[in-house]
Design a protein around this ligand. Structure first.
Ligand code: NAD
Length: 481
């Protein structure tokens, strides 16, 4: 069993105190071996109720503090994350499996949400307008929702949490954060860091649970919870929207993707392969922004496929915590088996595996880098989110054909376009039904940019100027003077 970094908490964090869960503990495994990393507190209904009470009690005072003071807490939390970057990176690689390079990148990215929102905390504004009738003024101001329930996935254990914590705290909300059961440790450390940075008791609560369904339903039924922010699969997001509808809880949703990566016939293929490696292989392909369908012009498809397969073959597979590793394990056996199943069904439907395609038998939950060519447009890897290191290549006749395939999905998170012709690229970007596009770039995530999807990929935006608005509501006063 690999030792956890010093002082890694494993208990619930409620009302400024660490405490055991009323339902015992659950195991967090090292995905590179399947061995135990830690036994983490398993919350029960009383714990969730206590967390909501703590958050509700602390929220009015937090919201009443000067915005600069809330900003300073976030700024300090950014600093502490950077100081502890190595421990945090190691912890994420241990509980989630991603390479240390990916984890270090995530710490910087995640911390930046605290810094960005420390700056936005002091920029929440209102408006003054004249009514068109001239009879009165229209004065608007913004207020935090109150208690926010934050639910995060396992694939970015730090960044998906800070992308919510930063704006929620800046706005004056208090929070109950419930991280994914595969990766609860990083979230607990974030609770520790925010407290050390000065967040008062009860403003940040972290509740970990092995089977969260009932606890989340309980929280959404509690009339002190006014905001839900969820990142995860479209299936669970849709279920939670139905639950939130009962009490009309305002909901932000960052959901699944099936992201198209378009290589037009005039693209710089070396640049496209470099971008593809980032867009596909960051996090071992376990990213909502991961390129899921490579839509490549017929005239360049063979060359692009060969170059991409050569690059993917160079990756060193191993535990995320080893410095040599470029491709770690998948997070758990279920994810790995799901990927293997989608690849097998696609190969049976006619796709050719030019690299990988078969699970290896090493211990842990590994799946090899895989490139599939001649992928039928209706095969599993083309229509379902794969969430792993699998690059399916679908050939397309022209830009219109590429757009038709890209937009045939019910998902609309990220798209990528490679072309040497900027005007042509922008035309294609405009027609893609997605929330974000990388134009000659394999990475779109940026704390200063509005992150989010269209169609079934989500509701609302995180990051940028937009992110804080998700935690604020508007009051308007009609007045004269
Ligand atoms: P998931 O939907 O299984 O879980 C997400 C969160 O919901 C976890 O905290 C989990 O414990 C909780 N949860 C699961 N079932 C629940 C239920 N019945 N009731 C209440 N809560 C429940 O997703 P995942 O497997 O952790 O993450 C992968 C998915 O997340 C992918 O689809 C990916 O595309 C998506 N994702 C989206 C974004 C984005 O910003 N759009 C970012 C990262 C991941």
């Amino acid at each position: 069993m690999t030792a956890l970094p010093d002082k890694t908490p494993t208990q619930l964090f409620i009302g400024g105190e660490w405490r055991d869960g009323s339902d015992g503990t659950f195991d967090v495994l090292d995905p590179s071996t399947g061995e135990l990393v830690a036994a983490v507190a398993n919350a029960g209904p009383d714990d969730m109720a206590a967390a909501i009470t703590a958050a509700a009690d602390a929220q009015p005072d937090w919201a009443a503090r000067p915005p600069r003071e809330r900003g300073e807490v976030l700024r300090k939390a950014w600093q502490l994350m950077i100081e502890r970057a190595e421990d945090l990176a190691f912890l994420m690689s241990l509980e989630m499996g991603k390479s240390l390079t990916d984890s270090r990148g995530e710490v910087t990215y995640a911390a930046e949400f605290f810094r960005w929102y420390s700056e936005e905390a002091v920029r929440v504004g209102g408006e003054l307008r004249m009514s068109p009738t001239g009879a009165n003024h229209i004065l608007t101001f913004k207020k935090p929702f109150g208690v926010a329930l934050l639910l995060t996935p396992w694939n970015f254990p730090a960044a998906m949490a800070t992308r919510k914590l930063g704006p929620a705290l800046a706005a004056g909300c208090s929070v109950v954060l419930k991280p994914a059961e595969d990766t609860p440790l990083t979230a607990l450390v974030l609770g520790q860091i925010l407290t050390e940075a000065g967040a008062p008791a009860g403003v940040v609560n972290v509740v970990t649970a092995e089977k969260p369904g009932d606890l989340v339903a309980q929280a959404l039924a509690d009339d002190r919870v006014r905001k839900l922010s969820f990142t995860g699969s479209t299936g669970v997001g849709s279920l939670l929207l139905k639950q939130a509808a009962e009490r009309v809880v305002d909901s932000s949703m960052e959901l699944g993707g099936n992201d198209p990566f378009l290589v037009l016939d005039d693209a710089d293929l070396d640049a496209a392969v470099e971008g593809a490696m980032l867009a596909k292989m960051r996090n071992g392909g376990q990213a909502c922004t991961a390129a899921n369908r490579f839509l490549v012009a017929e005239s360049v498809a063979d060359e692009f496929g060969a170059k991409l397969a050569a690059k993917m073959a160079e990756l060193t597979v191993g535990p995320g915590t080893s410095e040599d590793t470029n491709l770690g394990p998948m997070v758990n056996a279920k994810q790995r088996d799901g990927i293997a199943d989608k690849v097998a069904r696609s190969v049976a439907a006619g796709a050719k595996a030019v690299l990988g395609g078969v699970s290896d038998d090493r211990p842990g939950f590994f799946y090899p880098a895989t490139v599939l060519t001649d992928v039928p447009r209706d095969s599993a890897v083309a229509v379902e989110e794969v969430f792993g290191p699998v690059a399916p290549i679908i050939t397309v006749r022209d830009d219109d054909d590429a757009l038709a395939v890209a937009n045939s999905s019910e998902m609309g998170l990220t798209g990528y376009v490679y072309t040497r012709d900027l005007a042509r690229g922008l035309r294609v970007c405009e027609q893609l039904q997605v929330g974000m596009v990388g134009l000659n770039r394999g990475l779109v995530s940026d704390p200063a940019a509005p992150f989010g999807g269209v169609k079934q990929s989500g509701l609302g935006r995180e990051g940028g100027f937009e992110g804080i608005e998700e935690y604020l509501e508007t009051t308007y006063v009609a007045t004269n003077w």
